[in-house]
Design a protein around this ligand. Structure first.
Ligand SMILES: Nc1ncnc2c1ncn2[C@@H]1O[C@H](COP(=O)(O)OP(=O)(O)OP(=O)(O)O)[C@@H](O)[C@H]1O
Ligand SMILES: [Mg+2]
Length: 224
């Protein structure tokens, strides 16, 4: 999926958080979004997801304005905060994974991914009773099951143990190698596991840098 962001500006009431942010991502690009707490990373991601409504002309998917975009199921999303999640019915993890996609997912794929993420034993548990980390891993499984064309990940491994995180980043790299576009909010310590192509740095004064991997590494003095 191709993304074009054109002079994106976003405010919560009077509070301006993003101003004139522009960038373009081609199919298969992999951008890491970084910046201090409160710099607008989650706000940016929520704009991309249509959770924060933006004016027409600011965000395009494959040249189509986000306000006319319909193919949301082709985007896999893992959010930073899981505390707010509450499903209206007492459904199991397995049921949730099978109904939360318009596409049909195979039971064998669900089992394989749950096992890889170390939560196979949660298959028949009520999703509303999971811990934050278990829920985040369930969402990771969901985001990868639906044959996404794009992954939008907001600190997806914040409450996930090291081994599951390792597998997760490996899988993201594999999907990316198959042409899936990746936007991931992350902190420095997990950076090197990612086959990122670009880095977007947001600053508190609303300025930003959008750099290629090479440029970023050169600047940070990382040997390639
Ligand atoms: N729903 C909201 N209403 C009002 N202000 C908000 C809302 N959501 C976020 N903000 C404010 O917008 C700014 C950017 O928040 P955002 O969550 O995008 O930051 P972030 O870069 O993701 O931070 P963190 O690293 O802590 O996750 C912050 O000052 C925050 O207080
Ligand atoms: Mg955030």
């Amino acid at each position: 999926m191709q993304i074009d962001v054109h002079n994106l500006t976003y405010a919560y009431g009077q509070k301006l958080v993003l101003q004139n942010l522009s960038l373009s991502l081609q199919r298969g690009d992999y951008v890491v979004v970084r910046g201090k707490n409160g710099s607008g990373k989650s706000t940016f991601v929520k704009c991309l997801l249509g959770l924060n409504a933006v004016k027409s002309g600011m965000i395009f998917y494959n040249h189509q304005d986000i306000n006319n975009f319909k193919d949301w199921t082709s985007i896999g999303y893992v959010s930073q905060k899981m505390e707010d999640f509450n499903y209206e019915f007492p459904i199991t993890v397995n049921e949730y994974l099978s109904v939360s996609s318009l596409r049909r997912t195979r039971q064998s794929d669900r089992l394989r991914m749950l096992d890889k993420m170390g939560i196979l034993e949660l298959l028949n548990q009520n999703i509303n009773n999971l811990s934050g980390g278990e829920l985040q891993r369930t969402f990771i499984v969901r985001s990868m099951l639906n044959q996404p064309k794009m992954l939008i990940l907001d600190e997806p491994t914040a409450s996930v143990d090291v081994k599951s995180a390792e597998f997760f980043f490996q899988t993201v790299n594999e999907l990316n190698a198959q042409g899936v576009t990746v936007v991931i909010v992350s902190h420095h310590d997990t950076f090197e596991r990612m086959n990122y192509t670009h880095v977007l740095t947001l600053h508190s004064d609303m300025s930003f840098e959008f750099e290629t991997r090479e440029r970023h590494r050169q600047k940070e003095g990382i040997q390639s």
